[in-house]
Design a protein around this ligand. Structure first.
Ligand SMILES: O=C1C=c2cc(C(=O)O)[nH]c2=CC1=O
Length: 504
């Protein structure tokens, strides 16, 4: 969430977070070398939807103004919390050299590429985030018991990825002894679902590029729309096979069986008024297709579901929530049926893939602890990018106001730093964000009734054409018999004459 150098008591009290990339004094945001400058943070002032009735009670409102009001704004191709790095897909001292960042189907990686990806994830799980630290208390307790010990912790790169998802979905703490308010979600059930998860992945990919010192490193994706009840990536060379001894656990041959989750004690945080910290607890649990109480989530989405959702024309529809109908966002998120009609009992596409995993990956506050989350969301993002490419929406198609809190167009997505709005992620990735997908999309298949309709229309057209030609021919012959000039030119006439003469 915040750069380490900004969370000192003085830094927090000043409300300014504008570090220097070189660590020099009087060089906020690398201003001395033209990289950037320290500016006031713009926050969204438009009204949010009616789902959140506790204005003033949550640190995440008008993010990040509860903590900081000034931040770096970087020039040109520079980026990062201190403008010390390059935008995605660019490298070099002046950030002017392009590097391809191509996200590919994880099943199509070579054995060596799979091994490298799994090892990179494991390294990210064990490497302390070089820049960012996480808050472990809400703002009223952030200066600690003595008022001068700020409550932030180091966290690993991968656990930061988990924590930021948890922080965005956690309940609003309303005070000791009062029930926390759960009707709030800064990253799901609203138009920001796709833009938030897009930035979430970009940040992990960028952190891993830096960790590996490889600016071309790209997260792969899992095509989860394969139907059936088999998790094809649940193998020991990828995300871990099922244990032979416990159907809810991972095989000990997988490195992921050694991973321990963070943010598990959500009831404790909500009753004690604390926040998840970097403490790891239990192993990952996963039992794909194993939810015997919900047969509907025992199967993966079908390829046709992807083709169908890509044809939903409108990005989002009022009330811009999990009840929206004919909304592309609510359809790919999976609260609507794949053709866009809202149905409260439906779970499709992204939601269905989560619930299919049946374990850590199916519980919103915990799900990124299962590394399948990364691959599931890169595929969701690939579908979003294909939709943007096909429909070329205007920026105004993304709602400016009355979306659930956190989801308006100009809201800074919680808890990312430096501040980044939903609208900044509502653009095609290859042209604007420095990465692309190598993907093929299921064709537009037709239903039986559509095929029958098309066959009837084609038959009627053929009948009409034959009828028209026959009518013309009959008329022409009767005209000739009656001694009229034929409709065709001289040549035809001569031939006709010769023919009639020879017959005579
Ligand atoms: O991690 C997630 C888990 C989810 C479960 C549902 C559901 O539809 O019940 N949706 C989810 C989204 C997640 O991100």
């Amino acid at each position: 969430q915040f750069p380490r150098e900004c969370v000192t008591p003085e830094g927090l009290r000043s409300g300014q977070c504008c570090p220097s990339p070189s660590g020099l004094p009087n060089d906020p945001c690398g201003s001395s070398t033209g990289r950037g400058q320290c500016v006031s943070v713009a926050v969204d002032t438009q009204p949010h939807g009616p789902q959140y009735p506790h204005d003033g009670r949550d640190d995440r409102e008008r993010w990040p103004s509860r903590f900081f009001s000034r931040t770096c704004q970087c020039n040109g191709n520079f980026s990062g919390h201190n403008c010390g790095r390059c935008k995605h897909g660019l490298t070099g001292p002046n950030c002017d050299q392009r590097v391809p960042v191509v996200r590919r189907n994880v099943m199509q990686l070579s054995a060596e590429e799979k091994r490298a990806f799994v090892n990179a994830l494991d390294q990210a799980k064990r490497t302390v985030h070089p820049d960012l630290v996480i808050a472990t208390r809400h703002y009223p307790g952030i200066f600690g018991p003595d008022g001068n010990t700020t409550q932030f912790e180091n966290v690993s790169i991968y656990n930061y990825f988990v924590w930021s998802h948890y922080y965005s979905v956690s309940k609003t703490f309303l005070g000791a002894g009062q029930a926390s308010f759960g009707g709030v979600d800064f990253s799901h059930e609203g138009p920001g679902f796709l833009t938030w998860h897009r930035y979430h992945l970009l940040q992990l990919e960028r952190d891993m590029q830096d960790m590996l010192q490889n600016p071309s490193f790209a997260l792969p994706y899992w095509n989860f729309a394969i139907g059936g009840n088999t998790c094809d990536i649940c193998t020991d060379d990828l995300m871990g096979a099922r244990s032979n001894f416990d159907m809810n656990s991972l095989s000990s041959n997988s490195i992921f069986s050694q991973w321990r989750v963070v943010c598990e004690s959500v009831e404790d945080y909500d009753t004690l008024g604390t926040i998840c910290n970097s403490t790891e607890s239990s192993p990952i649990r996963r039992n794909p297709a194993g939810n015997v109480n919900r047969p509907m989530v025992q199967r993966l989405p079908e390829p046709q579901d992807v083709a169908d959702c890509l044809q939903v024309n409108t990005f989002d529809t009022p009330p811009f929530f999990s009840t929206s109908s004919e909304s592309f966002r609510n359809t790919i998120e999976g609260y609507s049926a794949p053709k866009g009609n809202y149905d409260p009992i439906v779970r499709s596409l992204h939601n269905l893939a989560h619930l299919f995993l049946n374990g850590t990956g199916g519980q919103t506050h915990l799900s990124p602890n299962d590394p399948i989350f990364v691959l599931l969301h890169t595929f969701t993002d690939a579908i979003f990018d294909e939709w943007l490419r096909r429909h070329s929406p205007d920026a105004a198609m993304y709602p400016e106001q009355n979306a659930p809190i956190g989801h308006n167009r100009r809201y800074n997505m919680v808890p990312f730093w430096p501040p980044v709005t939903n609208s900044e992620m509502f653009v095609t990735a290859p042209e604007n964000l420095g990465y692309s997908y190598q993907a093929e999309w299921p064709g537009e298949n037709f239903t039986l009734s559509e095929i029958i309709t098309m066959a009837i229309v084609a038959a009627l057209v053929v009948v009409a054409v034959v009828f028209a030609l026959t009518t013309c021919a009959v008329r022409a012959r009767s005209h000739r018999k009656e001694g009229h000039q034929p409709l065709l030119g001289d040549q035809y006439q001569r031939y006709d004459d010769e023919k009639s003469q020879s017959v005579v």
